[in-house]
Design a binder for this molecule. Structure first.
Ligand code: F3S
Length: 654
């Protein structure tokens, strides 16, 4: 971009003179102030104030000191008042303005109707009005000029900064209002030169930057002229207002400034424009497919996002290029004004836009993070997006990854679909950027968790503890119970105090149980548990009722070479040793009893500790016989003199 300045711009002779005169007053004794801002430029006024030259709105604010009359000038009454107050006056009225004031005073004295062509409210026009005893008419446009009545004699003066072309038009209208019209063309040459230079600039440049106070009439006039010439105009007060977007696709930019704009502000503006120029040139050179650059979101539609990338053309991101998986709407992913990284898909598409992808820019960052995760074996959060052949498809850092079915859980998973939509933890097991291959495992995370739990469990669990668990699995030889992440085994013999043929008779998968820890073997990773030992032993209850010497009925359940087992008192079994089976010696139990036979046995021994009960058939028989004999003796009672031998003989005779 070429930056050109107008041939005439910035401080005019009168303004420069006024500012310099005010600056010279900074060392004057006593208070110093300008009557009104020295020029229509807040930055210059602020600078003077810092140097000790203030701003007063009227002479009433002065009791002593120095008053600086600015370039716009004042009416004669101000000089008189300042003199009567004994104030020092530094008159910085522009000589061109003085000329207009004097012309107005002269026309008034000649008895002419003074017509001032200018802006009614402008301080310079107000000062000229004063010199015409406030009897002048002010016209600013054709309507006002045409509305004037006819006069005998007219004297026309101009605001020094008025537009020359409009002045000529208005003079023509005003002249028609009187046969005796005198015109003093008090337009300042500097203004005309600046306006002409601005028009020449407008003819060469695509945009014009007009620098100057927003309340400066001559600066506004410059902006107006350039705009009327059909050039894009930006009116700024300082360089800070400049925006890079104004210069995109601009080959030539022009700079001009109003009469109240100091050189240092204009220089700053030109410098900043040059900076923008270099930045835009670099961006324009650099933009090519495959680049990742920064941009700012400047517009969001449902299915596309517009991004300012500091390039001549705006960037656009289609919905499917925003993220993986594609969002329902663009506003789900980005916010207006957000700075994002974008990947250049196409430097200039058919619509003159740069096609961008946020998804691919994110991918580049994601690959680096994935490679780092693989190296450090660190876990990642992923969202399951779909069930695919052989496993699950997931979104990880905005990229598609894959979990093989065998890596989804510790156990086989029948229905992979149940994971869709879930966020799960995984570790990368294979990352190949070139092949876009991301293979992940959830199983490894679970294995690691299990191992950690195992260590915790084996570090805390001890024999004789009662722990809570859940039955996970049943086998022929027992039930596996999860006791907090580790499975322990209840052997079938430890399920119940009763004889059990199958674990299902006692527990079912999913049952919650309290179990006693029998043994912990951390090395072999085995925990032996008992369910029955957390319950009361029915044998002990039953045996409470048994006493040595009791005769009880029972059933022979088993014959062994050394004796016979007899079930008595519910489920309690006792042993009749072969020596206790008959009074005479026998070779084997079958000689006396058979399985299923009901017998009367005598309890001869109860060993609770060993859970052993000794029974005797022979002693029971002797006991029974003795009782029977006793009862017989009682029923056959004889005189007291009969001996036992007599009684038995009598019995035999019977
Ligand atoms: Fe004077 Fe002309 Fe400037 S009138 S103040 S030299 S624009």
């Amino acid at each position: 971009m070429k930056i050109i300045t107008a041939e005439h711009y910035g401080f005019c002779y009168g303004v420069r003179r006024a500012v310099e005169m005010a600056e010279k007053c900074k060392n004057t004794n006593g208070p110093v102030a300008t009557l009104g801002p020295i020029i229509h430029n807040p930055q210059v006024v602020e600078r003077l104030q810092k140097q000790g030259v203030g701003v007063a709105s009227s002479l009433a604010e002065f009791s002593t000191g120095t008053v600086v009359i600015r370039s716009h000038g004042v009416g004669p009454s101000v000089y008189q008042e300042a003199e009567s107050k004994g104030l020092s006056v530094v008159d910085a009225t522009c000589p061109h303005v003085q000329k207009a004031q004097q012309a107005a005073a002269r026309f008034f004295q000649e008895g002419r109707q003074v017509i001032i062509i200018g802006e009614q409210r402008h301080p310079e026009v107000q000062s000229i009005l004063e010199w015409a005893q406030r009897q002048a008419k002010v016209v600013e446009n054709k309507e006002e000029a045409e509305a004037l009545p006819e006069y005998e004699k007219i004297g026309v003066v101009s605001q020094t900064t008025f537009a020359t072309d409009l002045f000529a038009e208005l003079v023509a209208i005003v002249s028609a209002k009187s046969a005796d019209t005198v015109v003093d063309r008090t337009i300042c040459a500097a203004t005309e030169q600046r306006q002409q230079a601005a028009l020449q600039l407008a003819a060469q440049a695509q945009i014009i930057i007009v620098v100057g106070g927003k309340n400066s009439a001559n600066t506004n006039r410059l902006a107006e002229l350039c705009a009327r010439a059909g050039t894009k105009v930006y009116h700024i007060e300082t360089a800070e207002e400049l925006q890079p977007a104004w210069f995109i696709d601009v080959d030539t930019a022009g700079v001009t400034a109003g009469a109240s704009t100091p050189d240092w502000i204009i220089e700053e503006v030109c410098r900043k424009m040059q900076d923008f120029n270099e930045m835009l040139a670099q961006t324009a050179e650099k933009i090519e497919r495959g680049m990742v650059i920064k941009g700012t979101v400047v517009g969001i539609r449902r299915d596309e996002v517009f991004v300012d990338i500091g390039y001549k053309a705006e960037g656009v991101i289609p919905l499917k290029e925003l993220a993986y998986p594609a969002p329902a709407q663009a506003s789900d992913v980005v916010k207006d004004g957000e700075e994002i990284d974008v990947y250049v898909l196409n430097a200039d598409n058919e619509d003159g836009q740069v096609l961008l992808s946020k998804r691919r820019a994110d991918e580049q960052v994601a690959w680096s993070r994935l490679e780092e995760a693989l190296e450090q074996k660190s876990p990642l959060q992923v969202t399951v997006t779909a069930e695919v052949k052989g496993g699950l498809s997931v979104a990880v850092f905005g990229i598609r990854g894959f979990i093989p079915a065998s890596h989804i859980d510790l156990r086989f998973v029948g229905n992979l679909g149940e994971y869709i939509g879930q966020t799960i933890q995984v570790v990368p097991i294979e990352i190949e950027r070139g092949k876009k291959r991301i293979v992940l495992s959830r199983k490894m995370i679970l294995e690691s968790e299990r191992k950690q739990k195992e260590e915790e469990i084996y570090g805390s669990i001890e024999p004789n503890q009662v722990v809570h668990g859940v039955v996970r699995r049943l086998t022929d030889f027992g039930a596996f119970v999860d006791v907090g992440g580790v499975d322990g085994l209840i052997h079938i013999s430890d399920l119940s105090w009763h004889h059990v043929k199958s674990p299902q008779e006692v527990v079912q998968v999913g049952d919650e149980v309290d179990v006693l820890v029998l043994k912990v073997d951390a090395a072999a990773k085995r925990i032996s548990l008992s369910l029955k030992q957390t319950q009361r032993d029915p044998w002990m209850d039953a045996v409470e009722e048994l006493q040595e010497g009791m005769l009880v009925k029972g059933v022979v359940t088993k014959l062994m070479p050394f004796g016979a087992f007899v079930k008595i008192h519910g489920d309690i079994e006792g042993l009749v040793h072969i020596s206790e089976m008959a009074e005479q010696r026998i070779n084997k139990p079958e000689e006396v009893v058979s399985i299923g036979q009901e017998v009367v046995v005598k309890v001869i021994r109860v060993e609770k500790e060993q859970k052993r009960i000794g029974l005797s058939i022979s002693q029971a028989q002797q006991e029974t016989e003795r009782e029977e004999f006793s009862s017989f003796i009682d029923t056959q009672a004889e005189p007291a003199q009969a001996t036992i031998g007599e009684r038995l003989a009598a019995e035999e005779e019977k």
